[in-house]
Design a protein around this ligand. Sequence first.
Ligand code: FES
Length: 286
Amino acid sequence: MYEIVKKQELGDSINQIEIYAPLVARKALAGQFVILRIHEEGERIPVTIADFDRAEGTITCVFQVVGRTTKELATFKEGECLKDFVGPLGVPSHIEKYGRVACVGGGVGVAPVHPIARALKEAGNEVISIIGARNKDLIFWEDRMRAASSELRVTTDDGSYVRKGFVTDLLKELIEEKGIDLCLAIGPLPMMRAVCDLTKKYGIKTIVSINTLMVDGTGMCGCCRVTVGGETKFACVDGPEFDGHQVDFAEMARRSVIYKKQEKISLDMYEEKGPKSHQCRCGGAE
Ligand code: FES
């Protein structure tokens, strides 16, 4: 059983949980993810590792409530347990000294950017992080990102915090102000696509971390397939990071909504019936 040792609400429907999983924490590296199941009847969902503490044996994950599973997960309290917590999965981020690196995080994508920015800074890079969200209530981990970076720039779509604009506006300014050697972008699909469209014009290598539908997470089911440079890749074992200029974002966008109807039915059923009892989902008596 994987106990939630700490839980914190970070903002509007965004939650941070620390899970006791010492074997996962021992091996975890920046850029990797886990697949978790909240209880026996739960679906398997991939969640990117936002932080890890090898001494404490914990993994930190940040998630936003978007569907049935995340809605139920948000009801879990400290001391409750997840049924499965498998990882670390995926290829770790390639960390080396590039020079000046822009780490761009949009929305909940700020969380997975965090360990990568920190590792890049530790490798001697000048890391300029750009984080953005729709509004002030969705900005989180400003302090952590500032510590993990050489410099942090913040923006909100509606201008309710720091400044008004998209992460791409800040990225364009940064590129024209001092130039960058590499860009890493994690966030909603349209954001990553917009970042790649921008950096392509300047010829700047750009890495994106993609969050596709997943089932097994070990390259068996094909659920996470994505076309990169005209070839089929599996996000779970070949990624989750890819050269953003090679990713077929249009296909990804189409595939990301194929179960929308079923997801809505599942959420409606959950809202009608309510969560299982806490004891039951921890494996105890109902
Ligand atoms: Fe099944 Fe990647 S999740 S192949």
